[in-house]
Design a protein around this ligand. Structure first.
Ligand code: 8YV
Length: 324
């Protein structure tokens, strides 16, 4: 008997065909008002859910009494009420590993773009304002050999350390909930307290998940510890940062600049003060957004969901406590 799966993220034809071989599939094309109505109407029949970028709270989950598994097309799981899912014995899966390298590439894109003022100077050319040789008023700052500070040494943090160490000859310092001897051995990385890292790093990079413990981790006190020539990079979640405090630190010159791929509210409001600052490079949560990686993530989510619905343990189970 085929189970019923509700998709709220479009899949490639190949993955859609694969899923339809094993399940009845309802696709919610867009999560606008009409799409949310369609989703609410489909949930009562759903045994499986697959998608991303939707806050899946108890109110929505209560509309799905038959739900057995939720497959997120993401590594971050802050959109899910994990305790409630587990109480309901609903398996939650995510897609780690397949997006690690691409997201670390995005992190380095932001490091280079913010340090060398790539966006600002590319726009100078595009706008016809390149009238003479670039002078000190347009100089950026070097990346190679500078100290790379990584807050959160998980898969993505480790991939960032690899790029800094081997690619740019950067001394790597890191802060994590526990020391990582393997990372220290591979990249000559050194553990620091959060305050020490903020005081010593030329680039402060956030690569940790959003949890109740990390929300607003970076506030006025933390930005004040950073040096005026240091640059802040965020490829984790916007809510790990007290955004008004970041804006103030940038406006006051407490830090040199910022490269930001995530924000407290997304999409970022066009009126955000962050977009009025030339020393901010802002990108639209594109961390994992390549053709290859998003297809790999979706494939991983489909594999996870089909395994869960078949009664076997999925490869990327977030809440093993939900296993029956
Ligand atoms: C996207 C991400 O939000 O994986 C995550 O946690 O933040 C990004 O990859 C997600 O993949 C949207 O599909």
């Amino acid at each position: 008997m085929k189970k019923h799966v509700v998709l709220y993220k479009k899949l490639s034809d190949a993955l859609m065909q694969r899923l339809e071989e094993h399940a009845h599939v309802t696709l919610i094309e867009k999560l606008d008002d009409q799409g949310m109505q369609q989703l609410r109407a489909a949930l009562p029949q759903a045994q499986g859910l697959l998608g991303a970028s939707l806050k899946l709270d108890a109110a929505l989950l209560d509309l799905a009494p038959q739900l057995e598994a939720v497959a997120s097309v993401s590594v971050g799981v802050d959109n899910y009420d994990i305790n409630y899912l587990s109480e309901r014995k609903i398996l939650l899966t995510n897609t780690p590993d397949v997006l690690t390298e691409t997201t670390a590439d995005t992190g380095f894109a932001l490091i280079l773009a913010s340090a060398r003022r790539v966006v600002e100077l590319a726009n100078l050319v595009r706008n016809g304002n390149w009238k003479k040789n670039i002078g000190p008023e347009h100089f950026g700052t070097d990346v190679h050999g500078k100290t790379l500070g990584i807050i959160g040494m998980g898969r993505i943090g480790e991939a960032l350390a690899q790029r800094g160490h081997f690619g740019f000859g950067m001394p790597v310092i890191y802060h994590s909930n526990s020391p990582k001897p393997a990372v220290e051995a591979r990249f000559n990385a050194q553990y620091r307290s959060l305050d020490e890292l903020l005081q010593q790093a030329d680039f402060v990079c956030l690569t940790l998940p959003l949890t109740p413990q990390t929300e607003n981790l970076m506030g006025a006190e933390q930005f004040a510890l950073m040096r005026p020539e240091s640059i802040f990079i965020n490829i984790s979640r916007g809510k790990v940062v007290d955004e008004p405090a970041l804006i103030n630190a940038l406006q006051q010159g407490q830090i040199r600049g910022a490269g930001l791929d995530v924000f407290v509210r997304e999409p970022l409001e066009p009126t955000s003060p962050l977009l009025q600052l030339d020393n901010v490079v802002a990108t639209p949560h594109m961390g994992s957004a390549t053709f290859e990686t998003r297809e790999a993530m979706a494939r991983c989510a489909v594999d996870n969901l089909l395994a869960a619905l078949a009664g076997t343990r999925p490869a990327n189970l977030v809440n093993p406590q939900a296993l029956r």
